[in-house]
Design a protein around this ligand. Structure first.
Ligand code: FES
Ligand code: FES
Length: 171
């Protein structure tokens, strides 16, 4: 057992005693009841389970939760799908996912949302030429599996968000 402390969507949790073999996915879903993070393949292959990990230096990246022990997130600052909307207001990215009917069952959506959010923040920090945008979206969403085949719609939704504010994301 290990005493786990971490910050989720800006709220500190812990210390909570957890088994060392408890996955981060089970910690979020079963211990904290945060079921927005999904469990798909359980083998780090579909990326439906990723959360955003914010590093103190300012960069962020997604990380699967299905194969990672919860204790490996000790001290981390993470964001989950529950942390995107503010005061009941969806973000521009969430609205674009809805407007594009990007998801059907929604099982992959939290993973795509977190990945696309990281991309938006990266573009905001380091804008790119318009000519590189399609590849940047492809690269960012690569590896996320959607059994309902929403790939093109997710891509178009992310593109719309960027093009709605070109001065923010593009050179
Ligand atoms: S459930 Fe974690 S990568 Fe598929
Ligand atoms: S919307 Fe069903 S898996 Fe993507």
């Amino acid at each position: 057992m290990t005493a786990l402390s971490l910050t989720i969507n800006g709220t500190p949790f812990g210390p909570i005693e957890v088994r060392d073999d408890l996955s981060m996915n089970d910690f979020l879903r079963e211990v904290l009841g945060m079921t927005g993070t999904k469990f798909g393949c359980g083998a780090a292959q579909c990326l439906s389970c990723v959360v955003i990990v914010d590093d103190p230096a300012g960069s962020s990246a997604t990380r699967p939760t299905c194969v990672m022990p919860a204790v490996s997130f000790n001290g981390a600052h993470i964001r989950t799908v529950e942390g995107h909307a503010r005061a009941g207001q969806l973000t521009a990215l969430q609205k674009a996912f809805v407007a594009h009917y990007a998801f059907q069952c929604g099982y992959c959506t939290a993973g795509f949302l977190n990945e696309a959010q990281v991309l938006l923040e990266r573009l905001e920090a380091a804008p790119i030429p318009r000519a590189g945008l399609e590849q940047a979206i492809l690269d960012a969403l690569d590896g996320h599996l959607c059994r309902c085949s929403g790939y093109v719609r997710y891509h178009e939704a992310v593109r719309d968000v960027v093009l709605a504010e070109p001065a923010r994301y593009l050179l």
